[in-house]
Ligand binder design. Structure first.
Ligand code: GLA
Length: 726
């Protein structure tokens, strides 16, 4: 039983973790534990000081108002009634007051999952032992209720959460903040691990001890952003890849988000994660409800590696649509860095013809095929083929590509509009803007106001039109600028605070309708590279272009950081030309492939300009990737080492009978030395054979002494070692 309720105590157990809270004297919910599994159901006795300080020595005890709420570990805190920390819920009532005094009402245990309406979320895709706990709280002075849903995935050590705020009164209330997840901890002995970045340098790992006060990160860009995906970890100071307590938290959301960790006066941290409340305000008339995005969390007592593997498995199995669970996706070539805007039908067919001979399975036609798009200044919104490049439209192109033995994929940026477009001429008012203000322009384009249903329907129609016009099996959905002047004339003045979130809901609705109508379509998401790399998007598209930076060395940081929270199979990762277009760096073809293999592998260069020898290498690479698809995409992932001299990572099958190990030397020295990489994925009892050399190793040797790689003169060498049980 995943959920145990006894004497007002709630205990949520997964295979290795326990999450616990209970109802206190005045009806508050006190959080008691999240971490490694414990057997006690009632944990109140463990916290005498916290309990006394918060609940008993209250001058206002008789009235039930608790002034020291600010020190109490709570499940879901309300603003304005004595908790002076950052709180999960801020409600403005019709009289202008802001208060939410949340007391326990009721609970229900539901078998299976409960999903937030109209939002991406985890599913029950073949999962066993899944139960949901619904807890209802009520504001003591009004008819505002909060339903909290905890779904416990016992086998994968993950708990999902979301909340509904319901106004059962007769007058409107305004939800100004509603976190998806709150977690109150008891001491500050943790590091905050976040993944910060910018365009072309997404998700670089940063680790720092918690300090007094508030730390965290936000997005105000209308998307989850290059700066911070809504994912982070908290870990014990001593935690490593293989040992120590580590929490991982995800928000299943693609818009403005906020993560706060406030270390309060008694060193007690509070974690909040949810929609960013800046610019947010959701009006609830009587009988209406607001549903927060879903968040999910895991805990591992065995370090970052196990924490990541929990999340990888969970995302692959429960966030990806069942259609893509464990399914092999095509190895692709994208023409963006191969041609940019300089292409036509014949060039793409020539590319596909060569690609087919090299084992590539899909050609993705990128930007420039529509309207009269010569560069990035025009035509967004006009989703009709550009006559100059595709004189007979998409159909003969798709046929040409299919005849070369490849699937055909197409790029669109459906949320955008160029000033130089027929769409803009017809509907200049469809742009996101605030009347009386200038419109900010980004990459020469504006954002369509998807909050307006008419605009949304146009976008749906445009996408359907394109996808119906030819045999298109893959859509690269791009989004290349952020939201500014967020306002919609379709909303009343007191509902403008809903515009950011309604925009995201519209994107989700469009994606949902596209997938429903074209169930076999594979969508790759993209936002100037990895600017919307989040589990909200992964619900619709099981792969996301990780970064516009395709340089193998830069990718080591980006893919390393991304791997903490996201499965390898979600990361678009291509071999591109040298000198690299973003960094100017030259790396070998083998190095580029050895880095790009750890993702949804593909190519993004003009293979017709390569030497025969290079093309032979590609043939061998595509064969290698196909042969090892399963272990890379569905196997267990391990980070072995990352330092100034080398980086090493790898994969193992769940039964540990097979391992694929990668090693990149970053710099060499005059003397040379040996680098030992301890393969903690090895099974002690197994004798492994290096497929290439035939040499055999015992698992405990590889695990405890390590596999030796040479650090030699010269820079940047990459190796891949493949082991199979003898
Ligand atoms: C963005 C994407 C690229 C490419 C270009 C096309 O930058 O991240 O991969 O599609 O747009 O304009």
């Amino acid at each position: 039983m995943a959920i145990i309720v006894k004497d007002g105590c709630f205990k949520l157990d997964t295979k290795n973790t326990t999450y616990a809270f209970h109802i206190t004297k005045f009806g508050f919910l006190m959080h008691t534990h999240y971490g490694a599994k414990v057997s006690d159901v009632n944990l109140d006795y463990v916290f005498p000081l916290v309990r006394n300080r918060s609940y008993i020595n209250s001058p206002a005890e008789d009235t039930g108002m608790v002034l020291n709420l600010t020190d109490a570990p709570q499940e879901y805190s309300g603003f304005g009634v004595g908790d002076f920390r950052t709180t999960a819920l801020r409600i403005r009532h019709n009289d202008g007051s802001r208060a939410a005094d949340l007391r326990y009402c009721d609970y229900e245990i539901i078998d299976g999952v409960v999903q937030p309406e109209k939002l991406p979320c985890a599913t029950l895709n073949d999962a066993q032992n899944v139960q949901t706990l619904k807890i209802t709280l009520k504001d003591s002075a009004t008819d505002v209720y909060v339903n909290m849903y905890y779904t416990v995935y016992e086998d994968t050590d993950v708990i999902t959460r979301f909340n509904e705020i319901i106004n059962k009164g007769n007058t409107p209330v305004y939800v100004e903040k509603a976190a998806s997840l709150q977690l109150d901890l008891f001491n500050r002995d943790y590091d905050l691990v976040q993944f910060e970045g910018r365009w072309a340098q997404e998700r670089h790992m940063k680790r720092a001890p918690l300090a007094s006060g508030t730390q965290g990160f936000v997005s105000r860009r209308g998307t989850s952003s290059h700066n911070h995906s809504p994912f982070f970890c908290l870990c014990e100071h001593s935690a490593t890849e293989t040992a120590g307590g580590v929490y991982g938290f995800h928000l299943v959301y693609s818009g403005n988000h906020r993560t706060e960790v406030e270390v309060a006066q008694f060193d007690n941290p509070r974690v909040l994660m949810g929609i960013n409340d800046e610019g947010f305000c959701w009006k609830l008339d009587g009988a209406e409800k607001f549903t927060t995005p879903q968040a999910f969390m895991t805990y591992s007592a065995d370090g970052f590696g196990a924490m990541s593997r929990n999340l990888h498995k969970f995302i692959r199995e429960q966030i990806f649509r069942p259609k893509w669970k464990g399914v092999r996706r095509p190895l692709l070539i994208n023409n963006w860095e191969a041609t940019y805007f300089d292409f036509d039908q014949q060039k793409l067919i020539d590319l596909a013809t060569t690609a087919g001979k090299l084992g590539i399975e899909l050609l993705v036609m990128d930007d420039g095929w529509f309207g009269h798009r010569e560069d990035d200044k025009t035509s967004l919104g006009d989703w009709v083929p550009y006559k100059k490049r595709l004189p007979a439209g998409l159909k003969p192109l798709a046929e040409g590509i299919n005849n070369a033995g490849l699937k055909f994929g197409i790029w669109m940026e459906p949320e955008m509009i160029s000033e130089d477009s027929d769409l803009y001429k017809a509907h200049p008012d469809w742009v996101l803007e605030i009347p009386g203000r200038g419109r900010s322009i980004g990459r020469n384009q504006y954002v369509l106001n998807l909050v307006n249903d008419e605009v949304k329907e146009y976008v749906v129609g445009a996408i359907f039109g394109v996808l119906e016009s030819a045999n298109i099996e893959y859509l690269k959905w791009d989004m290349n600028r952020h939201l500014t002047e967020v306002y919609s004339a379709t909303l009343s003045a007191d509902s403008q605070g809903e515009a950011y979130h309604r925009y995201v809901l519209a994107v989700y609705e469009i994606l949902d309708r596209v997938i429903t109508k074209f169930p076999n379509l594979l969508i790759e998401h993209c936002s100037g590279g990895g600017g919307r790399f989040d589990t909200g998007m992964l619900y619709y598209s099981p792969q996301i272009w990780t970064s516009d930076d395709t340089d193998a060395i830069e990718r080591l940081d980006i893919q390393h950081g991304t791997s903490f929270g996201f499965p390898i199979t979600s990361m678009g990762s291509h071999v591109s030309a040298v000198p690299n277009h973003q960094s100017g760096r030259v790396t070998s073809m083998s190095m580029r492939a050895n880095v790009a293999y750890s993702g949804t592998f593909g190519y993004e260069l003009d293979i017709n300009k390569l030497t025969d020898e290079e093309r032979e290498m590609i043939k061998a690479q595509t064969a290698f990737y196909k042969e090892n698809y399963d272990i890379i995409n569905n196997g267990d992932y391990f980070r072995f080492a990352k330092n100034d001299h080398f980086v090493s990572w790898g994969f193992a099958t769940p039964d540990r009978k097979e391992m694929l190990i990668f090693f990149v030397q970053l710099e060499g020295g005059p003397n040379g030395s040996d680098a030992f990489v301890k393969l903690n994925c090895a099974d002690n009892a197994v004798c492994y054979k290096d497929i290439e050399s035939g040499k055999t190793y015992y698992g405990d040797t590889l695990k405890n002494i390590g596999l030796c790689f040479p650090l030699t003169q010269g820079e940047r060498k990459a190796y891949c070692k493949h082991f199979k049980a003898e």
